[in-house]
Ligand binder design. Structure first.
Ligand code: IFG
Length: 522
């Protein structure tokens, strides 16, 4: 017992200030999962003399409003692997997991406290987001086999700890391009489940491009009948979501605490729409469907009024089935749109997004066309200077950071990577980690940053296994950069935590890239 007390005493030597778990010899004996969390929480205080064990008698207890969806996610994960009933009950009733209020105000709108006692794991939060985030941590405190879809032997232990946590940035995002290659609703939901485990809270769906229009628009049915009939490489089929399927994807994401941001790229990247309707072309002729991978050759017809009826109908119909606040209008690589026309287009379209109650997100090129400080430029450049983005930041716009040579998940890891592209350079795991979103762009400081988003473009990506190979382990890197305090940014400390995710991904069947830069746990 003496050794335990000594360990507890040493373990208490957690530096609360920077909030990091101080690992010293005694703590090295601390339960491993406490040292394996990604993203790293703000403050972790081991309680080595305490262990909680989930049993058949455990209940998931709701002791505050709006905690049912997080509870249902926890139950969905743990019932198959433990074989326990894990009933969700109202009110605190004993052994198990308690989702309650009364969190320290330091945790803010999305943070949580997680306290382990022999009887209970108590997750305190002031919102469903906080409870979702606490549950993501609890999942990582349990043995990796807790993620299995089939019954596993216990014990289902959680190491003693007191955790206080909250995100560095509000927006931690993942983007999936379903236009270059189409992915079924089930494939999309699989990726949503995988990103939710890392406290990602926004899922950006790139729903239209030159190669495909992927969401039914009732007032423009040819967009999917024709524009949704093919993809890169020429596969044909009904390669689009009905509005009901989109609603289902949105609801699935919400059940993981994730908000969907739909993107309809314009005025460039529009060949699929222009192959569907002759009247969307300045010469009145339909474009041929395109199954290649070039960019920059298409543009809506800026001076035709029907173009803006089309844009408004899309924004109206999609906004009506998108509970989230944001609508992404693309705006990138409008290389076939004269600059003056690009400005004209944005000046007519930005007010339409507002008319339907949404806030505009766009690839950063659009920001030169507006002084509106509520819109969000998504920086995707490969430089550390962009005068228009810096000027917008200084006016008050919040920048969403997606530098292509750091966090584009379709960049090859190294020259041997079969999948992906390399126009922004090769991005190994450490490259994806080695930047500070709050000090990356000249003139864009911590306070000007909305968050981090990791896009996955799919010119070369066809299957869930392809998605996973490119997204894991770099998506969790983006999650760490978006969530954890800048003070804990240290590759030598992060790499082992990332490596400890390997056994979980093996249990989940995630086809991750076992980078030699990461010490993968067996
Ligand atoms: N740039 C294009 C994408 C895609 C990408 C592939 C943006 C904003 C290159 N635009 O990234 O459509 O082709 O890495």
């Amino acid at each position: 017992m003496k050794a335990k007390r000594l360990q507890a005493a040493l373990a208490a030597l957690v530096i609360a200030g920077s909030g990091v778990l101080v690992t010293n010899t005694a703590e090295a004996a601390a339960p491993t999962t406490l040292q394996e969390l990604v993203p790293q929480p703000v403050q972790v205080q081991p309680r080595p003399d305490i262990t909680f064990t989930l049993t058949a008698a455990s209940k998931i207890q709701l002791a505050t409003r709006d905690a049912r969806k997080p509870a249902e996610l926890l139950a969905k994960v743990l019932r198959p692997s433990t074989g326990y009933a894990l009933p969700i009950t109202d009110g605190v009733s004993g052994a198990g997991v308690v989702l309650t209020g009364g969190a320290d105000p330091k945790t803010g709108p999305e943070g949580y406290q997680l306290d382990v006692t022999p009887e209970q794991v108590v997750i305190r939060a002031s919102s469903p987001a906080g409870h979702f985030n606490g549950i993501a941590t609890l999942r990582q405190l349990l043995p990796p086999k807790a993620e299995a879809k089939t019954r596993q032997p216990g014990p289902w232990t959680v190491p003693g700890a007191s955790i206080l946590d909250h995100p560095r940035y509000h927006h931690r995002g993942a983007m999936l391009d379903v236009s270059r290659h189409f992915f079924t609703p089930d494939q999309v939901k699989r990726y949503v489940d995988q990103i939710a485990a890392f406290k990602i809270n926004y899922f950006h769906l790139h729903l239209s491009d030159d190669q495909g229009w992927r969401l039914e628009i009732k007032s423009w049915p040819e967009l999917t009948r024709i524009g949704g009939s093919t993809e890169v490489g020429g596969r044909t089929g009904k390669l689009f979501y009905t509005q009901d399927q989109y609603r289902d994807i949105v609801a699935h994401a919400a059940s993981r605490g994730i908000t969907v941001i739909p993107e309809f790229d314009m005025p460039g990247h529009t060949n699929a729409a222009q192959a569907s309707y002759a009247e969307l072309n300045c010469d009145g002729k339909k474009r041929p469907l395109y199954t290649g991978t070039e960019v920059g050759f298409s543009s809506l017809c800026i001076n035709n009024d029907i173009t803006y009826k089309f844009v408004e109908d899309v924004i109206r119909e999609v906004s009506a089935i998108t509970p989230g606040l944001y609508f992404h209008i693309g705006g990138d690589e409008a290389l076939s749109t004269p600059d003056a026309d690009y400005v004209t287009f944005m000046n007519r379209v930005l007010p339409i997004v507002e008319k339907y109650g949404k806030t505009t997100v766009g690839w950063h090129e659009f920001i030169k066309t507006t002084k509106d400080t509520t819109v969000i430029p998504q920086f995707w450049g490969t430089t550390t200077t962009d005068a228009n983005v810096a000027a917008a930041a200084q006016r008050g716009n919040k920048v969403l950071m997606s530098p292509a040579n750091r966090i584009y998940l379709d960049m090859k890891y190294d020259k041997n990577t079969k999948l992906g592209l390399d126009w922004a350079g090769l991005v190994e795991v450490r490259d994806a980690y080695s930047w500070n979103p709050g000090a990356y762009l000249n003139g864009v400081t911590e306070a000007n940053v909305r968050g981090v988003e990791a896009p996955l473009w799919t010119e070369t990506i066809r299957t869930s296994a392809d998605i996973e190979y490119m997204a894991f382990p770099r998506l969790p890197v983006a999650a760490e950069l978006g969530w954890s305090p800048a003070a804990v940014h240290d590759w030598d400390r992060f790499a082992p935590r990332l490596g400890a995710q390997g056994p979980r991904w093996k249990v989940q069947g995630v086809n991750f890239y076992a980078s030699t830069q990461v010490p993968w746990k067996r």
